[in-house]
Design a protein around this ligand. Structure first.
Ligand code: FAD
Length: 297
């Protein structure tokens, strides 16, 4: 188990800016996240200080180098699940390890993945869930399905095994994108992975069946959405943070509704721009620094 004072999830402009401020003030800071979406060969023409323009890739590289100069440990790693412990610290399971942190800063950007199931929203709270630790209990012993193709989905399936052994993963028509170790563990746990696409849900008053593209049906009483990588909304659901749609609610100092959890950048909504993310990252770091000094030392 690794530990740190502040764990920042997301290495885009918000998370990296926060890491620079936190580490510079002497906070033991880890930063996890892989290549942010803007970090390609796109010209960033509206960011302060680059009259000749700069590519997203170069801006990102420079930000990370600056953070590392102040001692930030930055790794390309993905958080799969976040849990709050009895002592109010946070345990984050990633693809490669577990990290325990005193404070958590969410800067995971905004996820736009949509499952493409016509009547999904009709069943939210009636079998469709975005949070295993919130709703796994309600499907004890029942047949359930996790919708997703990657390691995040696999991890959700493992967590569901605490409640029921009738767990299947459906990739929603995508190719399986899980690491070999996860596939081996899924096979050992008897969790089937199917590559079909669900188009519709049925059941009254709650979910009873999923209907695939070829009209085949499967009895399912819980459908847990876990496509792509875990997003800020997934962490918000698990931690019980206040949300505004897909965005995390944060005040002017980037405090979320839970002490010790801060959020910055696109995941909090508003004007989705690099300059805003960098500014919010700085404010979130300031709040996190004060929290760590008061509560973690
Ligand atoms: P992001 O940059 O989205 O970074 C999110 C980070 O979180 C990434 O590192 C990601 O890997 C990580 N992450 C997500 N989930 C997990 C997880 N489960 N575990 C670990 N890490 C995770 N803005 C401008 O101001 N000017 C522009 O010219 C401009 N051009 C753009 C061009 C493109 C192609 C795109 C996509 C965006 C552009 N934007 C531009 C918008 C800008 O990129 C965003 O507003 C900004 O990047 C938001 O920063 P962020 O740090 O909040 O999130």
């Amino acid at each position: 188990m690794q530990t740190c004072e502040l764990l920042i999830i997301g290495s885009g402009p918000a998370g990296t800016s926060a890491a620079i401020y936190a580490a510079r003030s002497g906070i033991e800071t880890k930063l996890i996240g892989c290549r942010p979406k803007y970090a390609g060969e796109y010209d960033i023409d509206n960011y302060y200080g680059f009259p000749e323009t700069i590519s997203g890739k170069e801006l990102q590289k420079r930000g990370l180098q600056q953070a590392e100069r102040f001692g930030v440990e930055a790794d390309c790693d993905r958080a799969l699940a976040v849990h709050v412990l009895d002592n109010n610290r946070f345990r984050v399971k990633t693809e490669t390890r577990e990290i325990e942190a005193c404070a958590l800063l969410l800067a995971t950007g905004v996820s736009r993945t949509k499952p493409g199931i016509s009547n999904l929203s009709d069943y939210e709270g009636k079998g469709v869930s975005y949070c295993v630790s919130c709703d796994g209990f309600f499907v004890r012993g029942r047949p359930v399905m996790v919708l997703g193709e990657g390691n995040f989905a696999a991890n959700q399936a493992f967590e569901l095994m605490d409640y029921t052994d009738k767990v299947t993963i459906c990739t929603q028509g995508k190719a399986v994108g899980m690491h070999h170790e996860y596939l081996d563990r899924l096979a050992q746990s008897g969790i089937e992975v199917i590559e079909q696409k669900i188009v519709r849900l049925t059941g009254d008053p709650a979910l009873e069946e999923v209907v695939f593209e070829d009209d085949e049906r499967r009895a399912v009483e819980g459908l847990f959405i876990a496509q792509g990588q875990a997003s800020s909304s997934d962490f918000a659901y698990t931690l019980g943070l206040e949300r505004d749609g897909v965005f995390i609610k944060a005040d002017n100092e980037q405090n979320t509704s839970m002490p010790g959890v801060f959020a910055a950048g696109d995941c909090t909504g508003g004007f989705l721009q690099i300059s805003v993310a960098v500014g919010e990252g700085a404010k979130a770091a300031k709040s996190a620094i004060e929290y760590v000094k008061r509560n973690c030392r």
